[in-house]
Structure formats: C-alpha cells, structure tokens
Design a protein around this ligand. Structure first.
Ligand code: 7RM
Length: 656
C-alpha cells in the first residue's frame, strides 16, 4: 500500500465511543463483555461454538464432533443433522413471529410487498415442491439468475429446504458468464424471471438464460422456472420452461425440511480470483448457519421490532448472508429493494428509510460516496430518526465518507459497523460490536469472538505495530469456505500456501493487506493480488484480460485498477492490436462492449489505451506496477532495470 494512502487514513484520529444509551440496551454492552467472549473463544474455539450452536439453532440430531480439522480442510458439527430453511422459517411459526414481516420488499416502480414468516414459509414450500416435480433431488445444484424480488429469497430457501445447492449468478452478469457458472456447477434447473427493474428501466433476464442454454450449451439443465415480473415479451421453450405463477397453484404447500448433514453442500458462489476462471466458493450447512446467525445478531445488535435494510444484491455473498440467511435465522425483518437510486428519484433510498422506519441500514462505501455527491439536501429533507445503527462493507471506507455517513445519515447518533469479510469467509471477520467497540473512521476494528486474526510478513511472522503486512486468520471458523468447487488443489494453493505453512500450522490468507495499530485495531488496505474492487465488486484482472484477448483484434491485454472517486477503483486496460487492425475510438467502444458481453456491465473498462508494446521483464512478465502508475497519471516509480525494452515505457508515457 502506498504511503499516501496510509497518510490519508491516518489523518482522521478521532475515536467514537458508543453512547451510554446504545450500550445499555445492547446485547454486547461493553468492551469488558466483548473481551471476555473473545478470550473464552480464543482459549477453546470448539467449546465456544458448540455452546452457541446448542443455544441458537434447532437440530434434528446433535453432532458427535464439533471440529474436525485436517488442514486446510475443516468440518464442523460432524454427524449433526440440521436444515437452514427450517431454522429460517419453521421454528418461528410456533412463536409470536408467525405473523411478523420476514421480508419487506420495495420494487423499483413503486411496487411493494410484505411477506410474513408464515407466508414466506408457504411460498418456500410450494417452490420446493415445484423443484421436486422437476426431478431436483438432495445433492443436485440449481442455478439462480434473479432480480431483487422476494422470489429470489424464496428460491434460495426452497433449494436449501430439499437439500439442493443453489448457485446464484448476479443478474448483471452476461449470458456467457452465466453459462460458464452453470456448467461448472452442472446445474439441473435454472430459476429466473422474465426481467427486473433497474433505474426506471425493465431489463431482460430470461433472454440471457436462453442465450446461455442455446445449442444445448449446458447439457445438465433440464428445466427453467420463470417468475413473472416485468411482463416483457420473452421466447419460450416448451417442455423446458415453466411459469412459476402457473406451477404454484398446482402444488401442495406442505414440504417438510430435509434433514441435512452439517457438512452437506449449501451453496456455491462464484467469485473472482487471480487467475482467469472464477472460483466456485463452497459453503456447507451447519457452520454457515451458525456463523451468519451469530454475526448478524451481535454485530447488528438486532432487536425483535427492528426493520433492517441491507442494500446488497442477493447475487453477492452479502445478500446471501445478510439479506436472507442471517436475518431470517434470527427471525428479523429484512427489507429488500429491487433497484438502485434512480435518476427520476435520487432521494428514494431515504424515502424507503422513512416509509418503513428502517432502524439498521447496511450499505457499501461506493454507495455512500454516491449519496454524498448527490448532496445533503436529499437525506435532510427526510425523517431518518428511526435509524439507530449503520453498517458498511465491500472496500476500505475513506474517513471522509465515514464522517459524512455518521453526521448526515446517522445524525451523529448511530454507531457505524465497518465489517471486513469475504465471499470465502461467509460472515463478518473484523467488525465492531456496536454497543461495545469504540470506532475509528476507516478501521474495521477488531475480530469477532472466535476469530484469530493477525498481520504477518511473507514467512508468516507477525509484523510490528503499524507495519503493513498480510491479513491472515489463524484458526478455522464455522462459516469458512470448505473448498473450491471441484478443485481442492486450487483451494489449497490459493488460500493456504501463499504463506507457507510452518510446523503443520496453516494460515488462511485472504488476499488483503492490512496493519494493526497500537490499540490492536485492524486497518484493511485493500487487495495485494490482481483482484480489483470496482464499486465493492470483485473483478479479476485476468478475467477481463481473457475477455479482451478473445476479441479478434487484440493481441495482448493488461488490466490494472485506476483510483476512482466514486467506484473506488476503475478498470483500465492496455491493449496491443493484431497487425491488421488499427487503433480507433470505434474499436475502443467495440472492445468495451465486448467485455460487457463476455462478463457483464460491471467489468466494462473505464479506459482502454492502445499501445505498441507492454512493459515486460526479461523473463516476459508484464510489469503491472508501471502500468498502475501510468493509468493513474503518476510518476512511474521503482526499478526499471529489469525491463526488457526501456523504450516501451517512454512510448507508453506519451500515450501510445
Ligand atoms: C463482503 C465482500 C471481499 C473483498 C475483501 C476486501 C474487500 C470487504 C471490506 C473490505 C476493507 C471492509 N465480499 N472488503 N469489506 N475492505 N474494509 N469493510 O465484499 O468477496 O465480494 O469481496 O472486499 O478486499 O478481500 S467479496
């Protein structure tokens, strides 16, 4: 991490204590209580988690072994039988929560719907029975390609109910990206919608599913279940495609939850890595249920009457863990919004907070920066006094945005929980507990109880106070990813061998750099690998390079991140062309569109620079460091003597 970044982080020195009123009412009311939990968990993690598993979840059968750790493979609650759909639904039906709102949904053109726990349970059972009717069995995989509508949550819970693993593909991904993921998972059924609304526009989803499945390109898929949302004209494949609204009335609303082994596959979620092919991150049932349950409960200090709103999309891990599973397992009310702040109504986010009296609001720094840019008048014109807790996730938050969030949205009265975690970790790893932890703007503060985190050097030795290093986790936790789907070897290489294991001790390396200050607070600095963070979305530079090179005009491509005020990082691509092609603005536009087609709009390069050659070492490795400097208009720093051809740099500087 560059010195300038560290300095900008260090500028804000203030510490914010939770108010006495907040602490008094909180589940974890003080640092003393946090420390006690932390110490207890650190001394005997298995005992700590076992106690909570017993107290907090319903089991069909208790486990024999809490943790079976054969590094780097962990199994939690071995021998136990459990179902997360049961824990999210059935067990609430015999309590006062039966008629409580489970999901409040705000649709983009002003539609609105509330599903109580009883109603959600009914829909989930029906969809589970429709899936069974299509031949979906325990152990099968089901692909989801959905807009942000209640049926997305219904579909996830329906899969979990019958023991089928879901793999949700973000609706913004292209047909090509969808096809690759469905094939890797060998999905049997795809659940989608005709389309979804986003920023006043209806966008198609079913057409992308059709394109992905064209010419039998995904031979494992036998059926497509389609939810009607936009009523767009869509193509129909008889025998394969089924309307949800036609199937729903034909099935029973009774579908007992399948008892699952603790370690049965719950879902696969694909995420970007250093190499080209996205990784299928594998999460299993019991440990994921427990960990998302506990982190949701303590970090959001959830109260029975709270309305909680997480603005993520269910296509990302944040949507899985903290729109669906964590909140519902706790019997909370989770608000789901279909769209994004839209041109015709830039204040809609705050309208929704006011309309539903939202108490807990969880969003990303990129959104906070966008809200900031829209001006203070929009939030100030609404009554936001229902808010009592704010959260952020996805990338390091700059102290300026943190302060704005606190003052303008939180009225100086709401703690902010800056939660650091990943698709791979399943749930929060570093986070304040809002009634206990004094917060520092820009720091994700301290590990959740049961998480042993540290900052180490390349050999795995702890670094000194305020020294930069690799952020690692030293002990397995219940919701850690179990493997890369179908590729144990890649799992081991990617996460556990980057820092070589010593004396049988394995360190989980997350891919982020960090430092720890004198108070033991962690400051996450961002990725140390070739992964970009664009608006809180992870993109591998290799993925985008592969997409570019698949265009006939491109000989070679190198993608780097360029600092962007709103998005955090933007995609900047250097491209060399095949001999018969010449650089032009039309070709630039075509290449950008090509990336959108191959991956999706989130990966569209902000800038493409054509060049005759890329800077390389004598052994042929692209020197990305130089390219990063060039992309952000900085002086090219560092040693250039390893370069094969010095003139390349000079040419690049001059823009060609
Ligand atoms: C939840 C999620 C993971 C990457 C991670 C970090 C970055 C996420 C924070 C953060 C600083 C945070 N999953 N990241 N949260 N960096 N502070 N609070 O985002 O798999 O999509 O991305 O996101 O680099 O490695 S993810």
């Amino acid at each position: 991490m560059s010195n300038s970044t560290i300095e900008s982080v260090l500028q804000e020195q203030r510490v914010f204590e939770p108010s006495p009123a907040f602490s008094q009412a909180a589940q974890i009311p003080s640092m003393a209580v946090y420390q006690k939990l932390y110490d207890e968990a650190a001394a005997d993690p298995a005992a700590f988690w076992a106690k909570l598993a017993e107290q907090e979840l319903d089991w069909f059968e208790k486990w024999d072994t809490v943790l079976d750790w054969q590094p780097p493979f962990a199994k939690w609650f071995v021998g136990g039988k459990i179902n997360i759909s049961y824990n999210c639904l059935d067990r609430h039906l015999t309590t006062a929560r039966r008629n409580k709102a489970a999901l409040i949904w705000e649709g983009e053109p002003g539609d609105s719907r509330t599903l109580t726990y009883a109603q959600l349970h009914r829909e989930v059972c029906q969809m589970a029975n429709v899936l069974k009717g299509m031949g979906v069995k325990k152990g099968d995989r089901v692909g989801l390609y959905m807009p942000m509508i209640p049926e997305a949550a219904v579909a996830m819970l329906a899969c979990a109910r019958i023991g089928a693993a879901h793999t949700v593909v973000f609706g913004g991904f292209s047909a090509e990206a969808l096809r690759d993921r469905l094939n890797d998972a060998e999905a049997k059924v795809v659940i989608t919608a005709d389309g979804g609304f986003r920023k006043d526009k209806a966008m198609g989803l079913k057409p992308a599913v059709d394109a992905a499945l064209d010419d039998n390109a995904v031979p494992s898929v036998t059926n497509v279940l389609v939810v009607q949302r936009t009523q767009q004209e869509i193509d129909w494949t008889t025998g394969r495609d089924v309307w949800w609204h036609e199937a729903q009335p034909t099935v029973s609303a009774d579908c007992p939850a399948e008892p699952m082994d603790s370690e049965d596959l719950l879902f696969i979620l694909y995420t970007s890595g250093t190499t080209g092919k996205p990784k299928g991150v594998v999460h299993t049932t019991a440990g994921y249920n427990l960990y998302t349950h506990m982190t949701f409960q303590w970090t959001f200090d959830i109260k029975e009457t709270d309305v909680y709103w997480c603005t993520a999309d269910v296509g990302w891990i944040t949507g899985h863990s903290y729109i669906v599973y964590g909140p519902l397992s706790n019997g909370a009310t989770s608000l789901m919004y279909e769209g994004a702040p839209r041109p015709s109504n830039p204040g809609c986010t705050w309208d929704i907070v006011e309309k539903h009296g939202v108490n807990i609001f969880y969003t990303a720094p990129t959104a906070i920066r966008a809200f900031m840019k829209m001006g203070d008048e929009l939030p100030k014109a609404r009554d936001l006094s229902s808010l009592r807790l704010l959260g952020t996730v996805g990338e390091p938050i700059n102290p300026k945005a943190w302060m704005w969030y606190r003052e303008i949205i939180g009225g100086n009265n709401c703690p902010i929980v800056d939660t650091w975690w990943q698709t791979e970790t399943g749930g929060f790893m570093l986070t304040p507990l809002p009634g206990a932890t004094p917060t520092k703007p820009g720091s994700a503060t301290k590990p959740f109880p049961g998480i042993l985190a540290d900052v180490v050097d390349a050999e795995g030795n702890p670094v000194g106070t305020n020294e930069g290093g690799y952020l690692v986790i030293k002990h397995p936790w219940p919701s850690m990813m179990r493997t890369v789907y179908g590729d144990d070897d890649r799992f081991r290489r990617t996460y556990w061998e980057h820092i070589p294991p010593k004396d049988g001790k394995y360190l989980y390396f997350a891919g982020d750099g960090a430092r720890k200050d004198a108070d033991g607070y962690f400051w996450v600095m961002g990725r140390t690998d070739d992964v970009l963070n664009v608006s809180g979305h992870r993109l591998g530079t290799m993925e985008i390079e592969s997409a570019l090179v698949s265009h006939p005009s491109v000989a070679e491509a190198a993608v780097v991140g360029r600092k962007d005020e709103l998005k955090g990082e933007d995609v900047y691509a250097f491209v060399t062309l095949e001999g018969t092609y010449t650089a032009s603005d039309e070709l630039k536009a075509e290449l950008k569109q090509h990336v959108v087609k191959e991956i999706g709009a989130i990966a569209r390069p902000g800038e493409i620079q054509f060049t005759d050659a890329l800077p390389k070492t004598r052994s042929g490795k692209i020197i990305r460091r130089f390219l990063r400097n060039l992309a952000s208009g900085e002086e090219v720093v560092g040693d250039a003597t390893t370069m094969e051809d010095q003139s390349v740099l000079e040419k690049l500087r001059q823009g060609n």
